[in-house]
Design a protein around this ligand. Structure first.
Ligand code: G3P
Ligand code: CA
Length: 329
């Protein structure tokens, strides 16, 4: 039934924390995810002007913080090109950690998650150090090792502006006796990391587009080109897993219904790569058409397919389904 490549049950990765229940990337979101039973918590990492790693999905922070209400920072509003996209707002690399600490987090999708908007203004923006301390503390109190699954966001961009993420990341993770996966949508920084650390690496693959370092290097390959048997073999030289958009495993038709699975899971396992799929969410807005109102069924389908892990905004439901399937064995 849940025949996975590692012969272990799939890991439950709390995507941006329990982000279905609390504003994403806050200590409250991570702590709740741990209390709900998640195996790993997933911080996306960007950097401040003074070189501190903090958890935000983007370095532009107007959607996820109350920066717009801080008149003292109005002069720092600007327009930049980040990975070929024009963005206007406030950017973490223009702020010191002391300035960032005066901000609070807000729910980025309040129309879909009004239940989270009530927490707007209650939580600060966590540093990676604070997140690690939380996970260590909770692991000790609960008596189980909780994993950390950090993502380097816009690594080439941060490298270009003189604030590389990787050295700070490895320094933070030094001597940590907890399960770790390090992930990136780019290729070159993972390859470099593989020379510097034995920690397991995850190549993220989107269903459209290409890694931004391929754009810089004028490499014509797209994400989909990385998924051929040859591409997967190359990834296996530096990574333990691929973290894939779930539509690459089971595509959808134009109205949004699930089609037949692709061969990706079989091909990846044949290349010795684990497969972690993203992102699982309860709301109908995100679900396949025929599963609307029944988000648990989506986990059942992907667990039966053999995924080794799922990134979810609602770790409790993923865990419920996982144990329901394990108990049927
Ligand atoms: O990191 C994999 C998963 O989190 C999907 O990416 O955009 O939510 O960081 P994103
Ligand atoms: Ca992520």
């Amino acid at each position: 039934m849940m025949q996975t490549f590692t012969n272990q049950s799939p890991i439950i990765i709390a995507h941006r924390g329990a982000s279905g229940y609390r504003p994403e990337h806050t200590l409250a979101s991570y702590e709740l995810a741990i209390d709900l039973g998640a195996d790993y918590i997933e911080p996306d990492l960007v950097m401040t002007k003074d070189g501190i790693l903090i958890a935000r999905h983007e370095n532009e922070i107007s959607e996820t913080t109350d920066i717009v209400d801080h008149v003292e920072f109005a002069h720092l509003k600007t327009t930049k090109i980040i990975d070929s996209e024009i963005k206007t707002g406030w950017f973490t690399e223009d702020f010191t950690i002391a300035q960032i600490k005066t901000l609070t987090a807000k729910e980025p999708i309040p129309k879909i998650r009004p239940q989270n908007a009530i927490y707007n203004g209650m939580f600060t923006i966590p540093t990676f150090t604070e997140i690690i301390d939380l996970v260590k503390d909770k692991s000790e109190k609960i008596g189980r090792n909780i994993g950390i699954y950090p993502e380097t966001k816009h690594p080439s961009y941060f490298q270009e502006i003189g604030l590389p993420l990787e050295a700070a990341l490895l320094l933070n993770l030094q001597d940590i006796d907890l399960p770790i996966f390090i992930q990136s949508f780019e290729v070159s920084n993972l390859k470099e990391l593989s020379q510097k650390t034995d920690l397991p690496l995850v190549q993220l693959i989107n269903d459209i587009g290409k890694p931004y370092d391929f754009v810089i290097d004028n490499d014509q390959r797209t994400y989909r080109d990385l998924l051929t048997p040859k591409g997967l073999k190359e990834i296996a030289e530096y990574a333990e897993a691929i973290g894939v958009h779930k539509n690459l495993l089971i595509p959808r038709d134009i109205p949004g219904k699930l089609l037949s699975p692709t061969s990706l899971i079989i091909d990846a396992h044949a290349a010795n790569l684990q497969v972690h799929a993203w992102t699982f969410r309860n709301e109908d807005f995100f679900l396949p058409l025929e599963l609307q109102g029944n988000p648990q069924k989506e986990y059942e389908i992907f667990f039966n397919l053999g995924v080794n892990g799922v990134f979810t905004d609602y770790p409790d439901l993923a865990i419920k389904q996982k144990y329901s399937q394990l108990n049927q064995k």
